[in-house]
Design a protein around this ligand. Structure first.
Ligand code: NAD
Length: 378
């Protein structure tokens, strides 16, 4: 999602005598952006809280060797804002936040993760972290030693791997675009091209295979692509080809920013429906898809299954996979509503999704009315 917020870089130094040190960076449109440092462990991180109108901010912790501090800051801001929209539309009663640790995942240490947990703890539940790129359930276990504000732990009261829920939500999203485009949600004999065969993409391929879809598969890991293509009688294509494949549905399940002025003119699909975060390089790419007559299932709705699942950990009654499944299933209805809104207002589905999220945030629709219950801290 493109971020139009202007950044004012006045560091209002704060905060607490003990390490780690948290310094506030004032950013227009964001509730709290904190630069976190800890001399002892070498921790350099950013915790970004975009909006808590509907509940405390929840979002993963990305561990990545960003080239510059500004690159890390921009990523954290963009991702935190995306979480606000995702939560508002999935009605989780949560706000949006994200954190990034500037480090190579190969070089992270116990001390560094513990110090990060201490920083999260200082926020007393305003921000709840979870796994993300470079951050594993084992890392979360170390962070948990310093703070209870963590979800997605390997724990008997926890929700486990979010990928099956994300894959199911994405599958339901594919049914929704087929329904809208062809008047039938059946995937039988429809061609779906999947870019990225990781935790979510490979599960999605399996779900589609059993329902009779024809698959075109691509991953930068050629061996993985070949193995899955063999297993599902699919066509394997190179990463350079996948976006240009003639198909009913293109399912981006790898990277963000892949739908742009460079790639949209070459698409040969009727719809785009995949799990990757931030698929549009900029908001205007939503309009470009509309102009080309390609139906787009907004990423921050279709890929909300994992968030829905992890949120169920915070329920007063404790985590329930059946409730998480039922809520993920309903992403189909949420998407159909967005397509209708877009048609009625002659705007892109992306613009319709943004405006519905803004409306819910502005009027507090779906606001959490009870304290979050951290399951593993009970
Ligand atoms: P993953 O890391 O398990 O899989 C990503 C796959 O994409 C890898 O197999 C990788 O080799 C492949 N890939 C990378 N670049 C590629 C390219 N140019 N062409 C083809 N393949 C390429 O990640 P994941 O957990 O499956 O998530 C996939 C996407 O969905 C990411 O954008 C992620 O942010 C988003 N997402 C995931 C979840 C979840 O529950 N895991 C939830 C919401 C959103």
């Amino acid at each position: 999602m493109a971020d139009s917020c202007t950044l004012r870089r006045s560091f209002m130094t704060l905060i607490l005598e003990e390490s780690p040190v948290l310094e506030e960076i004032v950013v227009k449109g964001y509730e709290k952006v904190l630069k976190v440092t800890d001399k002892k462990s070498g921790l350099k991180a950013i915790i970004c809280i975009h909006n808590t109108s509907l509940g405390p901010a929840l979002g993963g912790t990305r561990i990545y060797p960003y080239a510059t501090f500004d690159a890390a800051l921009n990523d954290a801001m963009r991702l935190a804002k995306g979480m606000t929209y995702k939560s508002a539309l999935a009605q989780t009663g949560l706000g949006g936040g994200k954190s990034v640790i500037i480090a190579s995942p190969a070089k992270k240490t116990k001390e560094l993760l513990y110090a990060f947990g201490q920083a999260v703890n200082l926020l007393e539940g305003q921000y709840i972290c979870a796994e993300d790129v470079g951050c594993t359930p084992e890392d979360l276990k170390i962070i948990r030693e310093a703070t209870p504000y963590v979800v997605g732990l390997v724990h008997d009261k926890s929700s486990g791997n979010p990928a099956p829920y994300t894959a199911w939500g994405t599958y339901r999203g594919i049914l929704s675009v087929l329904q809208k485009v062809y008047g039938s949600s059946s995937v039988f004999d429809r061609t779906v091209a999947i870019q990225g065969l990781g935790s979510v993409g490979s599960r999605l391929a399996e779900l589609l295979f059993w329902e009779g879809a024809k698959l075109v598969l691509s991953d930068i890991d050629q061996e993985k692509t070949a193995n899955l293509a063999k297993m599902y009688g699919a066509k394997a294509v190179s990463p350079q080809e996948i976006l240009k494949v003639e198909c009913d549905v293109l399912a981006p399940c790898a990277l963000g920013g892949i739908l742009s002025a460079d790639t949209i003119p070459a698409l040969r699909c009727k719809a785009v429906a995949g799990c990757a975060n931030n698929q549009l390089l900029s908001d205007s790419d939503g309009d470009a898809l509309l102009k080309r007559g390609i139906l787009y299932a907004p990423d921050f709705i279709i890929n909300a299954g994992g968030l829905i699942n992890v949120t169920e950990e915070l329920a007063e009654t404790g985590y329930s996979p059946t409730i998480a499944r039922a809520k993920t299933h309903k992403l189909y209805d949420e998407l159909m509503k967005i397509y209708q809104m877009a048609d009625n207002n002659k705007i892109s589905t992306h613009a319709a999704a943004l405006s519905l999220a803004d409306y819910r945030i502005k009027y507090g629709l779906g606001k959490r009315n009870s304290r979050v219950q951290i399951s593993h801290a009970r």
